[in-house]
Design a protein around this ligand. Structure first.
Ligand code: Z5A
Length: 207
């Protein structure tokens, strides 16, 4: 595989959707051939699984089922989209990936790290993101921003403490792997956030 795998992460309302097209443009300006995708989703099967995971039809879903569905969607996504693109020397820009599983199913739902690592190794082999931008804001700001949007999904209905655990897990992972996972202070104005993103991407392109 000779392409590059970039992921973007953060809690609810942090501004991933707002900033992902900005990142795409930066990479295109640098001459990269981009595939933009997301998890859960990115394939026909994955988007169906996304509906099961985010919708309210299965509000009482067990946490084991939730974890396995995340990885089922991921297996299909890697097979049909991510690996073929990387093999074709493309740059894959993905809205959320396995760091979200550690943060939401691990930190949020309380899953031990070991089953997540086991599934990660099974589904991904050695594939890991080359760089991850972690957009970070306080839970208060994130929920306030997200609250301005439409009907909350199954995750968005969780309480403040859930998102606090998610955020802390993301930050711990960034601290443990600072070369890969770059923390962006997303509480600032959009212009400031995008300036930070530009520095991180420029640094990465020069590595
Ligand atoms: N999930 C999981 O549990 N395990 C996994 O393994 C994976 C996912 C892969 C779906 O993700 C859910 O799946 C997610 C975790 C779970 N649930 N939650 N929560 P998603 O990525 O689709 O869901 P999301 O978190 O709701 O992301 P989003 O819709 O892409 O939104 P966002 O990135 O959080 O924010 P935004 O829409 O770009 O911005 C929110 C608002 O803030 C909007 O009005 C913006 O104009 C505004 N904004 C953005 N930046 C700024 C700044 N800098 N200043 C002021 N206002 C701003």
């Amino acid at each position: 595989m000779s392409g590059c795998f970039i992921t973007i992460e953060g809690i609810e309302g942090v501004g991933k959707t707002t900033n992902i097209e900005f990142i795409e443009k930066l990479l295109e300006d640098a001459g990269k051939d981009i595939v933009m995708t997301r998890e859960p989703g990115g394939t026909s099967l994955g988007e169906d699984v996304r509906e099961l995971l985010l919708g309210h039809k299965h509000d009482g879903m067990s946490r084991d089922a939730e974890l396995l569905l995340m990885f089922a969607a991921r297996a299909e996504h890697l097979d049909k989209v991510v690996k073929p693109a990387l093999d074709a020397n493309k740059w894959v820009l993905c809205d959320r990936f396995t760091d979200a599983t550690y943060a939401y199913q691990g930190g949020g739902r309380g899953f031990d790290t070991i089953p997540i690592e086991t599934l990660e190794n099974l589904v991904q082999g050695e594939l890991r993101p080359d760089i991850t931008l972690l957009l970070d804001v306080s839970v208060e700001i994130g929920l306030e921003r997200a609250g301005k949007r439409s009907e909350p999904d199954r995750f968005e209905k969780e309480k403040h403490e859930f998102f606090e655990r998610v955020r802390q897990t993301y930050l711990q992972r960034a601290k443990a792997d600072p070369t890969r996972m770059i923390v962006i202070d997303a509480s600032k104005s959009l212009a400031d956030v995008q300036a930070q993103i530009q520095i991180a991407i420029t640094d990465f392109l020069q590595r």
